[in-house]
Design a binder for this molecule. Structure first.
Ligand SMILES: Cc1cc2nc3c(=O)[nH]c(=O)nc-3n(C[C@H](O)[C@H](O)[C@H](O)COP(=O)(O)OP(=O)(O)OC[C@H]3O[C@@H](n4cnc5c(N)ncnc54)[C@H](O)[C@@H]3O)c2cc1C
Length: 497
């Protein structure tokens, strides 16, 4: 069976959804097929888990998130599914360690991948801080970046303020004042403040985190007559003649049925690991494919809030509505090269203890030895190329991590007692913000995979999107930066259509 579409998008995470929304808005008559390997994780496809009926999940988003360490979430989320000693079956859906299909992630052990409709976008915390200074690609016109970032903020529904309307939090101002003193900034717009969050604050309900369904509802509810979603289909290969993609081969993961689809334009948004894997599987192998994998280092920790320092008591701790893991969400922004580190500070109560998690992300060098190597002959359980990740920190990275620990220590000690052994460097991959594997560049010089429109060098109709396209070393969470580039890439796709 072959079917023809104007555009075929692979992946239903925030980036696939953003591309679909933007292209549909600009070329409403274009026929669009969206292909997704995963299945529904709840009964509302593409909606964030915070909206799910708790009883439908073996472990709730609230409970997992309250632990407030992403790595705990990922471990817990794997247990939501049937991933057990028998390994993975195509019916399993959710978030899994990236090594689960037999890949070698020994040097990047924290990495995970989503295997469900909506990708990681139905699981995410939804912090959407914006990139700053060196984090913004210097080769893109700045006014275009700024306008696209505004569109991305709108798509992700970024808001800045309390997580729950009408929930008084007497700790907000004292915590922010203490953080501003402890981690000063020369730029008044880069002071500790509320964390920009992708979603909607509501009264008496958890913060309504933006899922891909909020970005492009018509992809998931079938309300557009010329947009179709096919889930449970793994794209196994792009057929091409070296200049144009002529077809996509898929396999139904449950029935094994093989199909073929055609798109005048093809866009792959299958995450920073599986997008380059699919290109490799298809014999599209630019020199930069998988090379210069980058990830900020994660310096984790949590401090028990000393209420007495702020003239408050335990009676002042607000109780968020059922389903909302956090009381407050705050941000200590990076200030560029002088402090390329960004703090994500989540206030919460867990097992009777009132805590602020003090997680800092610090930028690391972009280096060619950090890379995903795809095998020519070894395959994973699905028959896709086997991946080995090489990743290490340079001496400069290690020095920056130490400086970041000092920043974290100063912040935490302004809040409560913070012994040195409270801090951990999370294993590489644990931030889930991997970038650079299909990076954007200005010239086809072997350093990039796509041009500034997201088009694969040498191809007329093959575009890529997602965190892998981001060419810079980020301090901040990656999704807003990735979706900002997706807005740009969608414009080029729409123009081509
Ligand atoms: C617990 C958690 C918390 C997070 N918190 C934050 C946060 O606070 N802020 C932030 O910025 N980011 C956060 N992230 C990361 C964020 O979710 C990702 O940056 C974002 O989802 C990336 O979007 P994407 O569309 O590029 O990829 P994904 O969301 O990963 O979606 C990719 C999709 O492609 C599909 N796919 C892959 N290969 C194929 C194939 N061959 N055929 C068909 N389909 C395929 C996958 O099944 C998947 O659904 C978090 C993630 C998690 C798990």
């Amino acid at each position: 069976m072959t079917e023809n579409f104007d555009l075929v998008i692979v992946g239903t995470g925030p980036n696939g959804a953003a591309i679909a929304q933007q292209v549909h808005a600009q070329v409403p008559e274009a026929s669009v097929l969206v292909i997704e390997a995963g299945r529904e994780v709840t009964d509302v496809a593409g909606a964030h888990l915070v909206e799910a009926d708790e009883s439908a999940l073996t472990a709730s988003y609230d409970d997992l998130m309250r632990r407030a360490r992403q790595i705990e979430y990922v471990k817990g989320a794997a247990s939501m599914t049937a991933l057990d000693d028998d390994g993975w079956t195509p019916d399993d859906t959710g978030i899994f360690p990236a090594a689960f299909l037999g890949h070698n992630f020994a040097e990047f052990p924290g990495a995970s991948i989503a295997w469900n409709i909506g990708g990681m976008g139905v699981h995410w915390t939804a912090a959407t801080p914006w990139p700053y200074a060196e984090e913004i690609p210097d080769f893109l016109p700045r006014e275009e970046w700024d306008a696209d970032q505004e569109t991305a903020r709108r798509l992700l529904r970024t808001s800045v303020g309390p997580l729950v309307l009408d929930m008084e939090n007497a700790f907000t101002e004292p915590l922010l004042a203490a953080l501003r003193d402890a981690v000063p900034s020369p730029d008044p717009t880069r002071q500790a403040d509320y964390m920009p969050m992708g979603g909607v604050a509501r009264q008496g309900k958890p913060f309504g985190r933006t899922g891909p369904r909020d970005i492009a509802p018509f992809v998931f509810d079938g309300s557009a007559r010329n947009v179709w979603l096919r889930s449970g289909l793994l794209v196994t290969r792009l057929e091409h003649d070296g200049r144009r993609v002529t077809g996509l081969a898929t396999r139904d993961l449950v029935s094994g049925e093989e199909s073929r689809w055609e798109g005048r334009v093809v866009l792959i948004a299958a995450d920073a690991l599986r997008t380059p894997q699919l290109l490799w599987a298809s014999g599209i192998r630019p020199a930069a494919l998988g090379v210069r994998l980058n990830e900020h280092a994660t310096v984790d920790g949590e401090v028990e809030i000393d209420e007495t320092r702020f003239g408050l008591t335990k009676a002042d701790i607000p109780v968020p509505p059922r389903g909302e893991p956090f009381i407050g969400s705050f941000w200590s922004p990076s200030i560029g090269a002088a402090r390329p580190a960004h703090g994500q500070l989540m206030q919460r109560e867990f097992e009777g203890r009132h805590k602020l998690s003090v997680g800092w992300y610090c930028a690391t060098e972009i280096r060619p030895q950090n890379r995903v190597v795809f095998s020519d002959d070894a395959v994973d359980e699905l028959g896709m190329p086997h991946m080995t990740v090489h990743f290490s920190y340079s001496d400069d990275d290690l020095a920056e991590i130490e400086r970041t620990r000092e920043v974290q220590r100063a912040a935490a000690r302004a809040i409560g007692d913070f012994p040195d052994d409270e801090r951990t460097i999370q294993p590489p991959g644990a931030s889930l913000h991997y970038t650079g594997t299909v990076r954007m560049g200005v010239n086809d010089d072997g350093m990039s995979v796509v041009d500034t429109d997201g088009r694969v060098w040498g191809f007329e109709n093959l575009f890529l999107a997602g965190n892998g396209v981001i060419p810079t070393a980020l301090t901040c969470n990656a999704t807003l930066a990735g979706v900002t580039l997706s807005v740009r890439i969608a414009r080029a796709v729409a123009a081509q259509l």
